[in-house]
Ligand binder design. Sequence first.
Ligand SMILES: [Cu+2]
Length: 195
Amino acid sequence: MTTPLRLAALGAVVVAASVLGLAAPAQAHNYLVSSTPEQGSTITELPDRFSVTTNGPLLALDGVAGFALEVRDADGRYYGDGCVTVEGPTLSEAAPALGAAGDYVLLWQLVSEDGHTVSGEVDFTWAPAEGVEPAAGAASPATCGNAAEEPAASSPPQEVRGNADLGDVLWIGGAIAAVLAAALVTFLVVTRRRK
Ligand SMILES: [Cu+2]
């Protein structure tokens, strides 16, 4: 008599388990083995390139899509042209001129050998010699080939982002409504069969 209910419950468990299984991280992600600058280091002059090197080859099938390096200072300003190179296990960019002395972070994102995207950050301190002219930086990270743009005073990108958030809310609301409707139908079918 309770077979339909049990089947429904079993189905729900199987679906939940497969979703969790897909979401669980695989073991084969590349991990960082070294970087320039090194984590926690203080640099007094710029190296030729900033880079991160992982334990294995990187997966650059489609050019450098999915790969990024961004350099950000403590005030949230970005440095560099966004143009990166992938070579074996190493992701790099020409070292950008940095701003005032202080704490910086090198944000990296790369595609593991297993096709998964991994990201992280390297903290370092910039302590240039006196007389080094600080670069201005930009309010947002540059995309290679396009200089980062300063947001206009009226800041239209904020409004675009607001619309996107509203769209997400509507989409999630719609998904929840669909799940509830499916549950109601299942409940009606099950109770009808039991009578
Ligand atoms: Cu993986």
